[in-house]
Design a protein around this ligand. Structure first.
Ligand SMILES: [Zn+2]
Length: 466
């Protein structure tokens, strides 16, 4: 009799993780099949231990249970660490040298979404790995052996490890917003261990996200925290995304410290400890960041956007620090190189306390430029890569200075502009940066022209061309 395979909805198998709408594109039977397939892959490796955690979404517990059942059916010993932030899962898998780590999480997406982030053999599982997983599942040839499932507490060790690197004698006053995501319980315990005064918002886990969406890259989601910082005259505010692997920061004047600015600030400390070391940032980051890394004696390296690929490149380059505009910060100096927003927050607060300056002073110490936020331009899914290819051909033919690491990033006398295909949506992402308004207008117009030449219309294009 032929083996009964499993077919995943193709839309949920993405470049860096698995993500879908629960009950529509992602079901408990997908979680079971994922467990059996990942379990089969892990069983072929050197270890037998899998660690599984989940975020605070309503659907997470059901998916987690099915996933664990699938893993155990392959002969794995599954350690269930329960409701944790994603970095706690990474930490535990690393400390136990587990063959497999899986986090059930929809990250910052709306409540109806959920998904999985995976680590196999200590490395992020993405790209070709996910294609292999799809093929293996469709064949349905799964490992069969007797495994087991146990519940363990991982949070105590994680919290202690994160808090230990706050060494400054100076106590700061900090506002925190867990966004009702899975960072809340860990944050409560970390904050108790830190010096200073800590005011917490939305630390209770609630998968309906009643107060605001847990995505700190969207300024509206930072308003509640910003108000708290200003009303209470706090030194800074820190917000987390739904699963605690990304952070957003508000300074003492209520201004947002963007991901690239945060990285530039952290680079000052890290490069002092690792002179000349490479620091990685994604293609959306400001030129200010790359220049600043160089000024600090480091080696700036531009990477494609995507947390899994940055983690891989970081270990290839042996970089002590990396980050993304989206607020993923990866620290391998005194830490383990995965994206841990709680740990990045502790390092930032500690650095700030040691400097005896305000966070707004650090922000103002960076060269001032003006840039657009990420501009999303909706296009048909099947056209998005072709449009970028067409634009690339045209700008290369014009003799412009082009970085092609992820889409096209074009340097001009006015500054730079970027156009790339989104990994997660049927959209293109554009960004422009210049030293003045006139320069920014020229860059925006160039992007709009390129889009129009490839037949892209719509409000986003119009907004760029005015
Ligand atoms: Zn996340």
């Amino acid at each position: 009799m032929a083996a009964q395979g499993h077919r995943f909805d193709p839309t949920i198998l993405r470049e860096y993780d698995i993500r879908g709408i629960v009950g529509r594109s992602l079901t408990p039977s997908d979680a079971l099949a994922l467990g059996r397939t990942l379990g089969t892959i892990a069983a072929a490796g050197s270890g037998r231990v899998a660690v599984v955690g989940y975020d605070g979404r309503m659907s997470s517990t059901v998916l987690e249970e099915e996933l664990c059942r699938g893993l155990a059916a392959c002969g794995l010993y599954v350690l269930r660490i329960g409701l944790v932030p994603t970095p706690c899962l990474y930490f535990t898998a690393r400390m136990l040298n587990a063959e497999l780590g899986v986090m059930v999480t929809g990250s910052h997406n709306p409540p109806e979404y959920n998904g999985f982030k995976m680590v196999v053999g200590g490395k992020p599982f993405y790209g070709e790995d996910i294609k292999r997983l799809r093929d293996l599942a469709s064949r349905g040839v799964w490992a069969r052996a007797e495994g087991g499932v146990v519940e363990v507490d991982a949070m105590s060790a994680y919290v202690a490890r994160v808090a230990i690197d706050y060494t400054s004698k100076r106590a700061l006053r900090v506002g925190w917003d867990a966004g009702n995501g899975s960072a809340g319980p860990a944050l409560l315990r970390v904050a108790r261990r830190l010096k200073g005064e800590h005011l917490l918002l939305n630390e209770t886990v609630d998968g309906s996200f009643p107060n605001h969406h847990p995505d700190p890259t969207v300024p509206a989601n930072l308003e509640q925290l910003r108000d708290l910082v200003l009303e209470e005259s706090l030194d800074l505010g820190i917000a987390f995304d739904g699963d605690g692997d990304r952070l957003g920061v508000i300074d003492d004047e209520g201004e947002i410290i963007w991901g690239d600015q945060l990285l530039a600030i952290l680079a000052r400390e890290v490069l002092k400890r690792h002179p000349g070391a490479p620091v990685l940032a994604d293609v959306k980051a400001s030129q200010v960041l790359f220049d600043e890394i160089e000024r600090l004696g480091g080696k700036p390296i531009m990477c494609p956007t995507g947390h899994s690929i940055i983690k891989s490149m970081m270990s290839t380059h042996q970089a002590p620090l990396a980050g993304e505009m989206s607020g993923h910060i990866f620290i391998a100096d005194r830490y383990y190189g995965y994206d841990d927003a709680l740990y990045a927050a502790v390092r930032l607060i500690n650095y700030l306390a040691e400097q005896k300056v305000k966070l707004s002073d650090l922000r103002k110490s960076l060269p001032q430029v003006i840039n657009t936020p990420e501009v999303r331009i909706e296009v048909p899914e099947e056209r998005k890569f072709d449009i970028v290819k067409e634009v690339k051909q045209r700008v290369l033919a014009s003799g412009a200075e082009v970085n092609q690491i992820d889409g096209v990033r074009v340097k001009t006398a006015e500054g730079w502009w970027l156009l790339r295909a989104s990994n997660t949506q049927n959209a293109l992402v554009a960004r422009c940066e210049s030293h003045d308004e006139a320069g920014l207008a020229v860059l925006k117009k160039s992007v709009a022209d390129q889009l129009q030449q490839s037949g892209v219309e719509g409000d986003a294009v119009k907004d760029l061309s005015v």
